[in-house]
Design a protein around this ligand. Structure first.
Ligand code: MF3
Ligand code: CO
Length: 284
């Protein structure tokens, strides 16, 4: 078995007395402070790191195998086989009834697309592959866009700006800042490019469960929302639409989220850790 290793800088230790005092101060000032159980300790951080390393390896595996003419069911099989071979479990499989191991969302599908033998990747498609992994009980979550063959300049631009939205959101994530800092950074960049930010789906705490507190909105105002604290782990996963941000859910499967106007949507996602001096992308 191939050994996947990654070196990370923060050891996860933060002086508990200083943390407690700071939490008290911010609470007194009227801020929303995170509940204890979503502030991870060093052992939990290490577990989530290791899960993230596998999750990244799955996405890299997809990146080398994805091609025009394949079905999204084949992507599902690649994800399932690779994950199991690394002693991990695909988190989406049977999650609240989701029938497959990965979400594959093409063009006007915003998220939660279900892999199928009937869906064939064709020239010009843009597709989000959203991979989530459980290793030793620890969860990680990340997604990337792939462009199939000759993609129009318009679609390429949407994919690029959405990637930048994620990067700007990550840059805005730092200890003793606020969730609204992330939302504002993403919203400003998307809207400056004439796009809209999906409201109905958010990023989320992740690690000990698939979806934990907080909800990470991709719109917002600097200085508002939950305080960010060293040891918090959550996803940032902006869904950016070329047209309206309105969405609907496919009535046939109750999962797939589509743009109301049929225009394309893009999404990039990472799991991040708030450290003692900034933010670390775990799913790199
Ligand atoms: N990254 C997606 C999310 O957090 C993964 C969804 S998996 C599904 O919502 F099973 F819920 F579809
Ligand atoms: Co997610």
């Amino acid at each position: 078995m191939e050994v996947i290793q990654h070196n990370h800088p923060w050891n996860g230790y933060y002086d508990p007395d200083i943390l407690n005092e700071k939490l008290r101060q911010y609470r007194r000032l009227g801020h929303i402070v995170p509940p204890r159980k979503i502030i991870k300790n060093a052992d939990q951080i290490e577990g989530i790191r290791r899960s993230s390393v596998i999750n990244t390896a799955v996405l890299n595996h997809i990146a080398t195998h994805i091609h025009c003419g394949m079905t999204t069911q084949e992507i599902d099989k690649l994800v399932y086989d690779f994950t199991i071979a690394h002693n991990a479990v695909p988190a989406p499989l049977n999650y609240e009834g989701f029938p497959k191991s990965v979400c594959t969302s093409i063009n006007d599908e915003v998220c939660h697309g279900i892999p199928s033998d009937d869906i064939i990747l064709k020239d010009g498609d843009i597709i989000n592959v959203d991979v989530s992994t459980i290793l030793d009980g620890y969860f990680s979550d990340a997604s990337r866009m792939f462009m199939i063959g000759n993609v129009t300049a318009e679609r390429k631009h949407l994919v690029q700006v959405t990637k930048e939205c994620l990067e700007l959101g990550v840059k805005a994530a730092r200890p003793w800042g606020f969730l609204g800092d992330i939302g504002q950074a993403i919203q400003e960049h998307a809207e400056a490019n004439g796009y809209s930010v999906v409201r109905d789906f958010c990023g989320h705490g992740v690690g000990l469960e698939f979806h934990e507190k907080p909800e990470v909105e991709h719109v917002g105002r600097k200085g508002t929302g939950m305080l960010l604290v060293p040891g918090m782990i959550f996803t940032i996963e902006p869904m950016i639409n070329m047209g309206t941000y309105e969405i609907f859910i496919d009535a046939d499967n109750d999962w797939t989220v589509l743009t109301e106007d049929g225009l394309p949507s893009a999404q990039w996602e990472n799991t991040v850790l708030i450290t003692d001096n900034g933010c670390e992308i775990l799913t790199h």
